[in-house]
Design a protein around this ligand. Sequence first.
Ligand SMILES: [Fe+2]
Length: 219
Amino acid sequence: MASIDSMTELLVDQLKDLYDAEKRLTKAIPKLAKKATNDQLRSALEEHLEETEQQVARLEEAFEHMGETARAKPCAGMRGIIEEGNEHVGEDYEDDDLRDAVIIGSAQRVEHYEIAAYGTAIAHAKLLGQNEVVELLLESLNEEKAADEKLTEIAEGVVNLEAANQDEDEESEGAMAGLGVMLGRKRATVSQRATAAARPAGSRKRTAARTSSGGRSRR
Ligand SMILES: [Fe+2]
């Protein structure tokens, strides 16, 4: 393989890497979306799949601006992140919201890797005065950042939604729920479940009695 001896070649090499990463994601994201239970998460992933297809097209345009044919060079980093994500998501989870939380974590690892890769490529394109390439990559970078932020928002909801459903059930039984108490308990749903399982039976009963006035009563 010929050595890279200019900034231009270095940028083209990064475009090839990104091109491979994005193409892999057009196959990996639908698999994640299929395993997601939370509607918001599923539609965020489906939306990001559409964006990813646009990002592939943008990279093809960037290659054109550089006078190069669009070609992918295997991106070992993205291959590893996708592989690890599939492994984690494929584990057995007692609750769907736990799997959703893992899907969010996997998707955010992808986004952060892409944010770093686009950031570097943009810096190099700027140095080369490749303004059209800068614009194209910047558009994709902003989509990655927005996707990451959206996933952070959904992450809170994934833990909260289940507790919210329980609150509805309890309200129909006439239980009162103060909003502050609800929010505090919802945020703790997953960790409470873990600690409740580890607690002796007597203290578990006390927890159930305490939370019946507006918190959760899962088991
Ligand atoms: Fe992307």
